[in-house]
Design a protein around this ligand. Structure first.
Ligand code: GDP
Length: 475
């Protein structure tokens, strides 16, 4: 990084420290908890936040939130968005979708957005009347997990990144996905003069490969903005792709142009996101669609494991060396949730949580070592099914019944038995198998349930427990 960039970063770091100190003064009176909600696309972020907000506004289903069961929450209300530079999370639009006839799932996260809820609380010792009520603000920040996959790019050169991306594209899990892009790349002379339409076509082919990877159930697909561009769609900083080395390439060549754009991407897209948004979070929930990856097979699980390790590396507080100024050190609780647990009978929820734990063990240990408390659980932000038990071959079988998204028909399904020991899943994934030794796990999409009224929070599984872990101590 050039010295001028460093100087700029340091001065930004200082001005942020001043801002933080000023915030700190205000926060003594009305504390603000910044809760980050992330996860790869379709992990369930939008549904999580929408249901969480609805269930905080109407708290009949929040018994496991201790401040609620102890009667300390007097009122919860939506506030104007405090940060003028971040779009507001469209809570009204998302709730309208869920309450439509027929109900629709809300539109998924495409970029960062934020929402402020305020909780008016009685003090813990209110019976003694020792102190008045207090207000805690909960800022919920929704952002694509794909953006966290960009962190490792920061200390890679374009040549290193290109070499790794080319190697990954040739791995068995990605066989066939990268063909079009690789063919186009092989036909490109990296030292040739930059021809913008050809450069765009190459970047688009590379993006097509990442999209195909996503479709095939893979997770570790960087650069993150290629799949989730946010407001960067079509920007030159996103018009690059890996190329093989060509030492003879001169400054007007396609290779040098891509190298410059790669550096611009790091400097103007990746760094500002971490510094201005990520570094300010206090608590974080990472949502993971483990069931979908199980359905995708061992290679999808292995890829998810790598992606999650990269995501959790961002929370390795304290030891990030030169990254410390842009990562911050505030996140002290991280919850990892396997979402959509309503696809399984409750008899299998513990297994889902165990598999999630096992997938993240190494990465979690590292985060814990550095001072953050972590937990993993299986949740459903919005329960779209009811349970049903049948007898099959003389034995009881737990099923879930709901309306299928594709056909609108009601169906009772058993997606397969998750293994009791998560090691089985890890072993098959580690061996790079194409299919599970023990059989397959089905997934299906359920339509959202018809919600009785807006006067009750939507049905969920363990959303209240998740919130208790995330912010219970602050209430
Ligand atoms: P995002 O990309 O992380 O914002 O993902 P969404 O929140 O939009 O969720 C993607 C899709 O997953 C939704 O459209 C639903 O089909 C499904 N989904 C999310 N949460 C749940 C849940 O709790 N239960 C069920 N059955 N489906 C869910």
């Amino acid at each position: 990084m050039a010295i001028a960039d460093w100087a700029q970063d340091v001065s930004r770091g200082i001005s942020r420290a001043v801002e933080d100190a000023q915030e700190g003064v205000g926060e003594l009176f009305e504390p603000v908890i910044r809760l980050g909600v992330t996860g790869l696309s379709r992990a369930g972020k939008t549904v999580f936040i929408t249901s969480l907000v609805a269930n905080l506004l109407e708290r009949g289903r929040m018994a496991q939130l201790s401040a609620q069961s102890a009667g300390r929450i007097q009122q919860v209300y939506l506030q104007p968005q405090p940060d003028d530079t971040i779009p507001r999370f469209d809570i009204e639009g998302h709730l309208d979708a869920l309450h439509a006839d027929p109900p629709r799932w809300p539109a998924s996260t495409r970029a960062i957005s934020q929402l402020r809820l305020s909780l008016r609380l009685r003090p813990e010792n209110w019976i003694l009347g020792l102190a008045g009520e207090r207000v805690v603000h909960l800022d919920i920040v929704d952002y694509p997990g794909e953006w966290l996959l960009d962190l490792p790019l920061l200390d890679k050169s374009y040549a290193d990144w290109s070499a790794e991306a080319l190697r990954a594209a040739q791995s068995p899990a990605r066989a066939g996905l990268a063909e079009t892009w690789l063919r186009q790349m092989t036909g490109t002379d990296p030292a040739a003069r930059l021809d913008e339409p050809a450069a765009q076509a190459l970047a688009e082919a590379f993006r097509g490969y990442l999209r195909a990877g996503k479709e095939a159930g893979l997770s570790d697909l960087a650069p993150g903005r290629f799949l989730m561009p946010g407001d960067m769609e079509g920007a030159p900083a996103l018009t690059f792709a890996p190329l093989p080395p060509a030492p003879q390439a001169r400054s007007g060549s396609i290779l040098r142009a891509f190298e410059r754009r790669f550096e611009a991407y790091k400097r103007s897209v990746v760094q500002p996101f971490f510094r201005d948004h990520f570094a300010r979070l206090h608590r974080q929930v990472v949502l993971v669609d483990v069931l979908d990856a199980l359905h995708g097979g061992p290679r999808a699980i292995a890829d998810l494991k790598t992606a999650m390790a990269e995501i959790l590396t961002c929370f390795k507080t304290g030891r990030n060396g030169w990254l410390a100024p842009i990562l911050g050190t505030k996140v002290d609780r991280i919850l990892i949730c396997a979402t959509k647990a309503d696809h399984l009978h409750h008899g299998q929820h513990d297994r889902l949580a165990d598999i999630t734990q096992a997938l993240l063990t190494e990465a979690r240990q590292r985060a814990k070592y550095h001072g953050a408390q972590t937990a993993a659980m299986a949740i459903a932000s919005l329960r779209a099914t009811v349970e049903q038990e049948i007898t099959h071959d003389g034995a009881p079988l737990g099923m879930v019944r709901g309306t299928l998204q594709e056909t609108g028909r009601e169906a009772a399904l058993h997606p397969g038995d998750l293994p009791e020991a998560p090691d089985e899943v890890l072993r098959d994934a580690g061996d790079g198998l194409e299919g599970w030794r023990a059989g397959a796990y089905g997934v299906m999409r359920f339509a959202p349930p018809r919600l009785a009224s807006r006067a009750a929070g939507p049905p969920h599984i363990r959303l209240d427990r998740a919130l208790e872990f995330l912010i219970g101590d602050k209430l």
